[in-house]
Design a protein around this ligand. Structure first.
Ligand code: ADP
Length: 391
């Protein structure tokens, strides 16, 4: 009997252990499955987070998301670089990150206004920025406030371009008005009776002719700059002999040099070929050598030289022995309409656009321009062009 009980107990115990082992194995398998699911979920969450960060970081606009207590919960690279904070500031307060009370006040306003659009803010500092801020309050489904969203649009470059455009239009209008008003007053004087006087007639017609030429020159230069700016200028690149191009320009300018009793020299070696558009190369040389004649010393010398550089380029230099260019003006002479001496430039028939054209033509060829000058020692304008090679 006791044997039967013992056997029964052993069978029950064995069954229990089997059931228990199975149960434990199931629990373990379940735990493994849960861990695997969790890992997949975490990986999916990380991938989503990564996608969100990539998306936000590729935005041009800065973005900040705050929780209801005003702490940062999300930011993107544009916002971080605008305000100079790092992603470690997530969890910090808005003021700690942006250090700007106007932005904090804007967020405070979102407590009563659900949306604030086009708020303009000027960020002072070594490189000031003009920002346009859009803000929105974030609410949950029950309408309770959960935080705020701020989007920062950097208007600095746009404003700079707008300012440059306005200045350019003002300059163009001024430059056009001067010769036009001279032509108009000469014509009025003629109509008022001066045409009866042959001397006055010749003088006034000469004024009209000169200023009409000036207008043509100005319009040609403006059109050339517009083509350069828009990238519509197609360069007809081909091997050009520098020595020949310089000699042609010197010949063209010889009558002008003669008027100021100036010498012109070229020390360019034969066989120096550059990869350039011949018409544009002539224009660059013409503008630089013409400036040497206009602003150089009367009875002085304008020299054109060139040397190959190590980087497959050749550097050309147009030098004069005139009064030179003051240090503060050197950085600006390539700007449109910038003139060191306005009166002298106009008197010489300058448009104030010659060097801007030189710069843009050279840049379009992949070259660089620069100027060196010492007061009283003349000015030297350099530009580089690609050497033409057959390989
Ligand atoms: P502009 O039509 O007035 O000559 P540019 O763009 O060619 O216009 O030159 C801009 C200004 O740079 C000139 O007005 C002049 O003041 C200065 N400049 C240019 N070349 C020289 C030079 N070789 N020596 C001194 N000043 C120069």
């Amino acid at each position: 009997m006791s044997f039967v009980f013992a056997l029964l107990a052993a069978v029950i115990a064995s069954l229990w252990w089997t059931a228990r082992r199975r149960h434990l194995a199931e629990v373990a398998r379940h735990a493994e499955e849960m861990a695997a699911l969790r890992a997949v979920h975490v990986a999916a969450q990380q991938a989503q987070q990564q996608r969100l960060e990539t998306l936000l970081d590729s935005m041009v606009e800065g973005l900040l998301v705050l929780d209801a207590t005003g702490r940062i919960t999300l930011s993107n690279r544009a916002a971080e670089s605008l305000f100079g904070f790092s992603r470690l500031m997530i969890g910090g307060t808005l003021l700690e990150a942006v250090r700007n009370h106007e932005v904090a006040a804007l967020v405070a306003r979102l407590a009563t206004e659900p949306v604030i659009l086009d708020h303009e803010l000027r960020l002072e500092g070594p490189a000031p920025h003009i920002l346009q801020i859009n803000g929105a309050a974030l609410n949950d489904a029950a309408g309770a406030r959960t935080g705020a969203l701020l989007v920062f649009h950097d208007l600095t470059r746009m404003r700079e371009l707008e300012g440059a455009r306005q200045e350019f239009v003002a300059n163009v209008s001024h430059e056009l008005r001067t010769p036009l008003s001279l032509i108009k007053s000469a014509a009025e004087t003629l109509l008022d009776g001066a045409k009866a006087d042959p001397v006055a007639l010749d003088r006034l017609l000469a004024i009209i002719d000169r200023h009409a030429d000036r207008l043509t020159l100005l319009i040609d230069d403006l059109l050339m700059l517009a083509r350069l700016d828009s990238g519509r200028l197609t360069l007809n690149l081909q091997p050009c002999s520098l020595r020949t191009a310089v000699q042609q320009t010197l010949d063209d300018l010889a009558p002008r040099a003669k008027v100021r009793a100036m010498q012109m020299e070229s020390t360019l070696p034969e066989g120096l070929l550059v990869h350039a558009d011949p018409d544009r190369l002539n224009q660059v040389l013409f503008n630089l050598i013409d400036n040497g004649i206009k602003y150089g010393r009367a009875c002085g010398v304008v020299t054109v030289s060139g040397r190959p550089l190590d980087n497959g380029k050749v550097e050309v230099c147009v030098r004069d022995d005139g009064p030179g260019i003051p240090p503060e003006a050197r950085a600006r002479v390539f700007e449109r309409f910038y003139r060191v001496d306005k009166a002298r430039s106009r008197e010489q028939g300058g448009t104030g656009l010659g060097l801007a054209i030189v710069k843009h033509v050279v840049l379009a060829h992949g070259g660089q321009v620069r100027v060196e000058s010492e007061m009283g020692q003349g000015a030297a304008f350099y530009f580089t062009l690609q050497v033409f090679s057959t390989d």
